[in-house]
Design a protein around this ligand. Structure first.
Ligand code: COA
Length: 329
């Protein structure tokens, strides 16, 4: 038996915001952004494109690749920190847009690690409950909504986008692979490192919180950097050991696309050749929960994955949360 990915899709909003555009908004330069982060441009969704719209466009592509209909879906999980509304879940809003009324739907909040968490949770649900045969997982963010466009420390880093996968439960004896091993981790003692301070039950929205710009993402960049590199590398080593797979057997390492220097440092720690480390951060910046799944879709659609290949996913984000999944294609 295996829980296999049978469809992928992604959607990036049309509007491109370049480093040159940002030079006109804050005190920064294209050169600083490229050398410190590897980012050249990012996508910004339109005012009438909430996360559920981005998710819808990515989902339809994944459903088409899987040759399914929306009513075939038994589960819809949306990993996001930029949900359409505080309640109901974006997964329910998406269900309505898709017409996927046989699915149970919920959102999952693990920041940039949300897609990896969702994969492991859906894998567990599908493995134990015979009712779940097809699941849709989406990583989606409209980070432009919570980005402080006056703060040069953060506004150069983030972008909007969505990625989706369809999982199918296969029960044939030749159905090898699927999600071989996962490591999910968190350390809430670092919850102050990346946060949106106001708008929740701790500090509700008020005229003062708006004036103090407390509804935007703030981050201790350097601290995050150090933790991210070490924890992602360790999580990767952990899943490889669990599945008894050597790093030399891995076809693709897909790290969370937060910063080119972080991506390269993780690759170096794992001693994986550079050409096996997937990079698209220059085009989209950090799209949080969407980043790994957008990258996976790009690899699949460019024909760079074959049956039996090992794919190693790793991510790190607010919480702090981090993790890795080892997939066999
Ligand atoms: N343009 C120009 N200068 C900038 C700038 C910008 N956009 N942002 C910050 N600076 C300045 C700082 O003010 C600082 O100036 P100072 O030395 O006069 O105080 C200087 O650049 C260096 O800042 P520093 O924080 O040391 O830079 P860095 O090399 O650590 O890079 C990050 C900053 C944010 C790019 C980097 O720490 C990072 O990527 N961290 C991880 C962030 C991340 O990925 N988070 C998400 C994880 S999910």
């Amino acid at each position: 038996m295996g829980i296999k990915i049978i469809g992928t899709g992604s959607y990036l909003p049309e509007r491109i915001l370049t480093n040159r555009d940002l030079e006109k908004m804050v005190d920064t330069s294209d050169e600083w952004i490229r050398t410190r982060t590897g980012i050249s441009e990012r996508r910004i969704s339109a005012d009438n494109e909430p996360s559920s719209e981005l998710a819808l466009k990515a989902s339809l592509k994944a459903i088409e690749m899987a040759k399914l209909k929306p009513e075939d879906l038994d589960l819809i999980v949306v990993a996001t920190i930029t949900q359409d509304r505080i309640t109901p879940s974006t997964a329910c809003i998406l269900q309505n847009k898709l017409g996927a009324f046989n699915a149970a739907c919920f959102d999952l909040q693990a920041a940039c690690t949300g897609f990896l968490y969702s994969l492991e949770i859906v894998n567990a649900l599908m493995s134990t409950n015979p009712k779940y045969k097809h699941a849709l997982i989406i990583g989606v963010e409209k980070l432009s909504m919570i980005t402080d466009w006056k703060d040069r420390n953060t506004c150069v880093l983030f972008g909007d986008g969505a990625g989706a996968v369809i999982l199918e439960k296969r029960t044939g004896k030749h159905d090898i692979g699927g999600i071989l091993a996962s490591r999910l981790a968190s350390n809430g003692s670092f919850n102050e490192l990346i946060k949106v301070p106001a708008g929740g039950s701790e500090i509700p929205t008020s005229a003062e919180t708006i004036k103090k710009r407390m509804h935007f993402l703030s981050m201790e960049g350097q601290e995050v950097f150090k933790l991210a590199v070490n924890e992602m590398a360790k999580a990767c080593q952990d899943v490889l050991a669990t599945a008894k797979v050597d790093i030399s057997e891995v076809r693709w390492l897909i790290p969370h696309q937060a910063n080119l220097r972080i991506i390269k440092a993780v690759g170096n720690k794992l001693e994986i050749p550079e050409e096996k480390v997937y990079i698209n951060v220059h085009k989209y910046g950090n799209t949080s929960a969407a980043s790994v799944v957008i990258a996976l879709d790009e690899i699949v659609r460019s024909g760079k994955l074959d049956r039996g290949d090992y794919v190693l996913l790793t991510a790190f984000g607010a919480g702090i949360t981090w993790g890795a999944n080892l997939l066999r294609w």
